[in-house]
Write a protein that binds this ligand. Structure first.
Ligand SMILES: Cc1cc2nc3c(=O)[nH]c(=O)nc-3n(C[C@H](O)[C@H](O)[C@H](O)COP(=O)(O)O)c2cc1C
Length: 318
């Protein structure tokens, strides 16, 4: 079933959650223009910030807009705000969730109580099996080359596998889409929707530095590299001199601490906190420490546009 139907919106398109990039203005553009905007709760970490953005979006959505919004929760033990953010989201009746990493059980249970939909990020069949067993409403199949924490499989491979194993669960493809032809192609392959991140970084409404946006426009597929140095999990970034300097792989000692049962949780927390700092640096004017997260769709992004124009491009062929 199309996610347009599941979420009662015009187009089966999600403006993907992006750490430090997604903001309120972008969400409102999504809601206004018939798609589903989703933002990571961690972008609103300050006291009262999450409550305020949710109130504002609920108010905005009231006026019969054709899109909707959702919240991305990192359901991992290393996220100390998970429980608190889930509680706030449930209280404010967030329309849908995207969960990444960890165990989404609580999100599915508490969301279902008031009719919210819960879509779960998956990069492999093991995690897919787990979230299917918990009752997710759809998979977000994160494919190879997607911005951020990417998968290992192509859209075609992953869609075929998931649909064969779980014929009743809709599959949304994350990655590989920056224009209308690509969106249509994914739906023709059998996707229930697409989740688009990188294309929206080069939008007028994104509040990242102009250099980051220009790097998205300038970069080619060959400029995207995968590094485990940021969060311990492979993450796609633009191959800036700093990305080259920090290297693409964890050292043997880092790998040891990341995997040892006694140190795993705290070491991952430390790595993730350091990684967050590195990304924050990348939002300011470029320095020698610039690290920019992006997917291979940079190849197809030629200019900075408004979110509305981007949504028109993406939905134009559907
Ligand atoms: C800058 C950036 C930050 C991201 N942050 C998150 C995040 O906080 N949570 C999450 O689930 N996915 C995150 N992602 C992944 C996206 O939600 C989505 O899966 C991906 O952007 C789709 O691929 P594309 O960028 O090639 O369109 C991020 C992606 C980018 C580019």
């Amino acid at each position: 079933m199309s996610i347009a139907k599941i979420l009662d919106i015009h187009f089966p398109i999600i403006m993907a959650p992006m750490f430090l990039v997604s903001n309120g203005a972008m969400m409102k553009e999504a809601v206004q223009n018939g798609i589903a905007g989703c933002f990571p709760s961690l972008n609103f970490r300050g006291k009262g910030e999450l409550e305020r953005i949710l109130d504002s979006l609920n108010e905005f959505k009231k006026d019969g807009r054709s899109g909707t919004y959702g919240v991305n929760l990192i359901a991992q033990k290393t996220n100390p705000l998970f429980e608190k953010h889930l509680e706030i989201c449930v209280e404010k009746k967030v329309p849908f969730y995207i969960t990444s990493l960890g165990n989404p059980k609580k999100v599915i249970e508490k969301g279902r109580d008031y009719g919210a939909k819960v879509f779960c990020d998956v990069t492999n069949m093991v995690h897919a099996e787990k979230v299917a067993g918990l009752g997710c409403d759809a998979f977000i199949a994160v494919i190879k080359g997607a911005g951020g924490h990417a998968g290992q499989k192509t859209a075609d491979e992953f869609l075929t596998e998931l649909k064969k194993e779980f014929p009743k669960i809709p599959v949304i493809v994350a990655g590989g889409v920056a224009n209308g032809d690509q969106a249509k192609n994914m739906l023709d392959l059998g996707a229930a929707g697409v989740s688009v991140g990188t294309r929206f970084i080069a939008s007028k409404e994104a509040t990242v530095s102009l250099e980051y946006k220009e790097a998205i426009v300038r970069s080619k597929k060959r400029d995207i590299v995968s590094t485990t140095r940021i969060s311990g999990t492979p993450c796609n970034v633009i191959n800036t001199p700093y990305a080259q300097k920090i290297g693409l792989e964890q050292s043997p000692l880092e790998k040891y601490f990341s995997n040892h049962p006694w140190t795993k949780k705290y070491f991952k927390m430390l790595i993730q906190m350091k990684g967050m700092k590195k990304f924050k640096q990348g939002l300011r004017p470029a320095t020698y420490k610039t690290l920019w997260c992006a997917g291979e769709t940079v190849e197809h992004i030629q200019s900075i546009k408004t979110c509305r124009e981007i949504i028109e491009d993406l939905s134009g062929k559907l």
